[in-house]
Every structure is written in structure tokens, then in C-alpha cells.
Design a protein around this ligand. Sequence first.
Ligand SMILES: O=C(CO)COP(=O)(O)O
Length: 248
Amino acid sequence: MRKKLVAGNWKMHGSLAENAALLAAIKPALAGIEAAVCVPFPYLAQAQAALAGSSIAWGAQNLSEQPKGAFTGEVSAAMLLDFGCKYVIVGHSERRSLYGERDEIVAKKYMAAQAAGLTPILCVGESLQERESGVTEAVVARQLDAVIQAAGVGSLGKAVVAYEPVWAIGTGKTATPEQAQAVHAFIRGKIAALDGAVADGLVIQYGGSVKAANAAELMAQPDIDGGLIGGASLVADEFIAICRAAAR
Ligand SMILES: O=C(CO)COP(=O)(O)O
């Protein structure tokens, strides 16, 4: 049985004071429930200090594909490990669309994360225009293939995939449970055609306007194994309710 995993993606939000309050609220409320928060780089040490020894893991939202060197402004996988990270998001649609991260660089970042022992949360998903022109599956397949070709299908045994339709991110417009399930089933089926055991074990999160109010019906879908939560992960009661809905 796959275990559901909810991860918060704080994006570029937070402050030392706000984070302290949020972490202090979620830690006891989620005792015994596996969850994660992916925080801005400067707050990794704060997350580590607050969450060490709890059931909540922490991670980052991006990393360099390079191991070290003259790459001003970049952060390596080894640096994330230094701060106890378990997860790192790669290929989030905001990085793809706003920072020009193409499939090839996403695959390199995915491999750099795994080489260091981090678990990449690989984001895939289509834009509104792509959905409306009927190429959702082709887009998601292309994004997955970039990683499968570079790192092999077996690498997905040590990764999490997050399906995040771009049109549902931060818009309040959630995919219906049926819409999400259909793409999740497509992803699992595509991987199952290459490796059944990897497909069975793969955690596929849904992301895009997940809230306490819609979490239970999304999490009830057979191929939805948790969520990647943006805005609602910044509100303690919302995040706690979503994690509990997934754990049920
Ligand atoms: O992008 C997301 C998580 O990575 C989803 O963001 P929202 O939950 O704010 O829509």
C-alpha cells in the first residue's frame, strides 16, 4: 500500500516570526502523521530546528544541477543535505514558466537531487491552453519522459511525482477529483507499462488550489496519493486539516 504524503510548498512567503508560529502550530497537531514542508532556502535552518525529531520532514523548492563551483546565487544538493532536507521540489511550473527551466534542466536537477540522496518531488502539468487543445496527456508524458530517459524508470522508485495543472495553481480553480484522477491514472499507467512495481509504489500528489474543503474528495481517488499545497500550507488549520484528510 502506498502511503499518502502531503507537502507544503511555501513558495516565496514567510518570515522568521510567521514561520515560527506556523511550525509551532503544525508540529504537535500532526504528530505521527507523515508530512513535509518545502521552505525558502534562508529558512531551512529554522525548519530543521523546529521539526527535528517530528514526523514532519522539510525540504527546498529548487536546487542547482551543478555540484559546486562558480554559480552565483545557486544552491547545491549537498547544501540542502547539510540542513537535513529530505525533499526538494523540481520542475515546478513557476520555475518552468518564469525562470525558463526546460525539461532537460529539470531532469538534471532531478538527478542531482537523487545523487545526493534527496527525494525529488517532480512537478508535471499542463497549462490551460494545453488542456483546451487536448494535449494534456502529451505534455505530461513529455515531462515524465525527459526524466525517464535521463535517469531511467527505476529512478521513480526514489521520487515523488506531483501533478499540478497550471490552470489550477493559485487560481482557486481546483481540478475536479475526476479530472485529477484521470491524469493520475494516465501517469501511473504510463509508468506501469515500463515497470509495474515502480508504478505501484509511486506516490503521485495532486497540486492546485487544494484546501481543507476539497481535500477529502481528492484524496479519496484511487491514484491520488497526497497533495502539494501552496497557499493553504501557510495557514496552520488548513494545512493540518489537509494532512489529516490524507492520513484517513
Ligand atoms: O503550486 C502549488 C504547489 O506547488 C499549488 O499552489 P496553490 O495550492 O496555492 O494553488
